[in-house]
Design a protein around this ligand. Sequence first.
Ligand SMILES: C[S@@+](CC[C@H](N)C(=O)[O-])C[C@H]1O[C@@H](n2cnc3c(N)ncnc32)[C@H](O)[C@@H]1O
Length: 262
Amino acid sequence: MDWLHWFNRWEAMQNAYLPQRQHRFDLMFRLPDFPREADVRILDLGCGPGSVTLCALRHYPNARIVAADADPVLLAMGRESANERISGSTDQRNSVQSVDFILADLRDGAWWADYDGTFDLVVSATALHWLTEAHLAEVYRRVYRALKPGGWFFNADHIAADDPAMQTRYRDLLHEWQQANFDAGAEDWDGFWRGFEAALTQAGLPSQREAITYWEGSDDGLPRQFHLDTLRACGFADVAVHWQDLGEALIGGWKKQAPSAG
Ligand SMILES: C[S@@+](CC[C@H](N)C(=O)[O-])C[C@H]1O[C@@H](n2cnc3c(N)ncnc32)[C@H](O)[C@@H]1O
């Protein structure tokens, strides 16, 4: 199984859906401005095959990363493509070995409990719109607890306009842009999964798509004001939209240092 090939196909497919996808990822690591050589502790929520994690390692080669997802096959792609990258280059050996891909449902409180106060940076891309409003609010609370004081959180995702009529316009314009990519030959989500599942079967590996029972969100994501209000209610400071293109945005905030005694 050529995992790196499938990872690259995943990237091309996702890039066809998401304008400036790599720019969003880069911003998540450039905005907090940790020293490049620092031992940054990072949590990647809904990591899929580790696209954001890979970007994290480019910015912070000494980072230690927990990459969490509920899809066993995408996690396998993340682990195996990382191994193939290692065998192609000795440079990334140490950094890639510092990634822990874990099978975890973001809605499940049990695994979060191990990580209270652990991370300098929690990031997520194109994943949290899979959750209902109640589950997303709970995830935001858990992210706050998982951060160290001074730590940052960034979520790059579908973030709907507060005005439903404007959101309809945003969606139409995004679909036009995506359709132009597909007309130019880009692979879509269903096409990717058909090809990938066939390759898994041919390699004698289970596709495990039946494990994916947790989609409960909306393609537009929740309204921007919901995100901002909920993050502030969790305690995040300087909550802001750092980048936006129609109904796509990068939002985040940070956990203030506790005031020193005296
Ligand atoms: C569109 S993919 C994005 C993956 C990756 N972050 C990227 O940007 O390429 C969405 C990911 O969110 C994961 N996801 C959605 N809901 C989840 C949940 N409740 N728990 C864990 N992972 C979840 C899916 O399994 C999938 O891998």
